[in-house]
Design a protein around this ligand. Structure first.
Ligand code: FUL
Length: 554
């Protein structure tokens, strides 16, 4: 009853100045459920000469359209292919004979078909790795497929086939062009090498269509490699000029940053925001900063988690793909921590993705679909501590839009003036009266924002072991600390949320009738675009390690 009164206070507070008669109608409805009050109040505002409450102000910095598209991909396929595939090595010397590159069964359609069947929408190919061997016939070097006479008589072009195969299946393409080049004699002579590198960039970004979606500038370089300065500003400037929707990856962005390790793990706190001025390419002293991001960062540069499906980046006969449980763990610690997973799947000597890797990818996709295609919160009742206005109700977290429809609580000003912030579900009544008197903005009470999923009937329990929370990051990443309760008992806690936060429940399974997510700290109002309660059978079957919460966040 106290809850119901609190929500009535909210509805009255919002509308009393406009339509006094509504108050009478609301009192008549005092015996109806909270949900019906929220829905009913909303439709009244909708009828108010068509003017709707505006979204709250954004919290800068914001993601670009291309970054949002990148984030929604969740998994990107990386393909390491080149002379190393034939020499059983990871870093070539640059002295390899181009004739060893002979992928007798090369078929980029098989790569694209594998990506498509795995639900992957972008593939990134190593056009040139550290050995300097180019997978396209560059005009500026002999160290390329045009010297691989055994393969298509030197007339082959892997990049061309790769882009054509991807495009034919509606999959986007991206390229990796290693800055460190162990073959080219110009390496070490700043001007000459930068001109060479820019000439190659120009080839790659003009000869294969205008739809390139990501370019990867790898900061790696051998400890004893020749010193030289890369002209990053020129590189980035040229890339952006030639490809309008491309995301530039490097240790320091500008669009996508490295996560600071090659295991596929983001930090348990992971901000998409960071200060670019504190980053530099190829500098390994700030890995922790890259891993966690920075709540005060002035640049929006989300992290990409690169890891290989096998232990090496290139194909080696002796290696086999990771197990499904390991890949799922990587998924939870990358995609489930506000990042994108860049999963390397190396083509073998014949030029195809090995059957074992294809099988593993299929299993991985099917496991993700099994876990996430059904939301146990669907059909449940949803309510929140407060609501900004008509378009910002808690029901938005259960629709299919995970970016632009969201629950927004009332602003602190509205809460202070109207006393509409329901105090933890047990508030209302006298508490509301007290809050109504607090009108001095300098004495605002701390916020207590929460949103709750409730089983639709009293006897129904929700059984789940994964919680998914998503912020409306189009208006900036905000949440700093949150907790999840089931029937009042803490089951998960964490810091950042961002585009997607996934919690696996440490006890492997939990059940209850009310799941509440509390936001303990946030940069301005928290905006939640989606909530999911899911069942992960692989997690349920895994042997519990201990009963404590798996995350050590505050
Ligand atoms: C590293 C490189 O040295 C590896 O060979 C691989 O390409 C990986 C993605 O980046 O820095």
């Amino acid at each position: 009853m106290a809850d119901k009164l609190a929500h009535l206070g909210y509805a009255i507070g919002v509308y009393k100045k406009l339509v006094p008669a509504i108050i009478i109608i609301i009192s008549l409805l005092s015996s109806s459920s909270i949900m019906s009050v929220v829905a009913w109040g909303s439709s009244l505002e909708g009828s108010r000469v068509g003017i709707q409450t505006t979204p709250p102000l954004p919290v800068l910095p914001l993601p670009s359209y291309s970054q949002l598209k990148w984030q929604q991909r969740e998994i990107i396929m990386f393909l390491h292919f080149g002379v190393n595939t034939y020499t059983d090595s990871e870093w070539g010397t640059g002295q390899e004979d181009p004739n060893i590159f002979n992928p007798t069964g090369f078929n980029a359609n098989q790569w694209a078909a594998t990506a498509e069947a795995s639900g992957i929408s972008l593939m990134i190919l190593t056009a040139k790795h550290h050995d300097g061997f180019c997978l396209w016939p560059s005009k500026y070097t002999e160290h390329s497929v045009k010297s691989s006479l055994a393969w298509r008589g030197g007339a082959g072009d892997v990049v061309k086939d790769f882009v054509a195969a991807a495009t034919s299946r509606g999959i986007d393409a991206g390229l990796y062009l290693s800055p460190w080049d162990r073959n080219d004699k110009r390496y070490g002579r700043d001007l000459d090498y930068n001109e060479y590198y820019l000439a190659q960039l120009q080839e790659l970004l003009t000869q294969y269509g205008g739809g390139m979606r990501e370019i990867w500038f790898d900061g790696a370089k051998g400890a004893n490699a020749t010193n030289m300065t890369y002209y990053f500003d020129d590189w980035f400037g040229m890339v952006k000029a030639l490809q309008s929707s491309i995301n530039v990856f490097s240790d320091a962005g500008p669009d996508v940053r490295w996560v600071g390790n090659e295991n596929g793990f983001a930090g348990s706190t992971c901000w998409a925001t960071i200060n670019r001025t504190s980053l530099s390419i190829g500098n390994t002293s700030n890995l922790q900063y890259l891993n966690a991001g920075d709540p005060r960062g002035t640049d929006y540069i989300p992290a990409e988690c690169d890891v290989s499906i096998r232990s090496g980046w290139f194909w080696h006969k002796s290696e086999s793909p990771k197990k499904l449980t390991e890949l799922l763990n990587i998924y939870y610690l990358s995609v489930g921590r506000n990042c994108v997973l860049l999963l390397n799947v190396p083509p073998n000597k014949t030029g195809l993705i090995s059957p074992a890797d294809v099988r593993t990818l299929m299993q991985f996709r099917s496991a993700i679909d099994t876990i996430f295609s059904f939301n146990l919160a669907a059909g449940c009742l949803v309510r929140a501590s407060s609501q900004r206005g008509h378009n910002f109700g808690p029901e938005n977290v259960l629709d299919g839009d995970h970016l632009w429809t969201y629950w927004a609580p009332a602003s602190s000003k509205d809460i202070d003036e109207e006393g509409i912030n329901n105090n933890g579900g047990g508030g209302g009544g006298k508490d509301q009266d007290r809050l109504r008197r607090v009108v001095n903005p300098s004495r605002r009470r701390p916020r207590n924002d929460w949103i709750e999923i409730r089983a639709s009937t009293d006897d129904r329990l929700i059984r789940f072991n994964v919680v998914r929370i998503q912020e409306a990051v189009g208006l900036g990443q905000r949440i700093k600390r949150h907790r999840v309760y089931v029937d009042g008992k803490l089951v998960a806690k964490g810091t950042t949320v961002g585009y997607k936060r996934l919690h696996r429940i440490s006890s492997r399974m939990v059940q209850g009738s009310v799941v509440r997510i509390r936001v303990l700290d946030s940069r301005d109002l928290p905006l939640i675009s989606s909530i999911g309660l899911h069942f992960d059978p692989f997690w349920a079957a895994a042997r519990p390690k201990n009963q404590s919460l798996h995350t050590h966040d505050p």
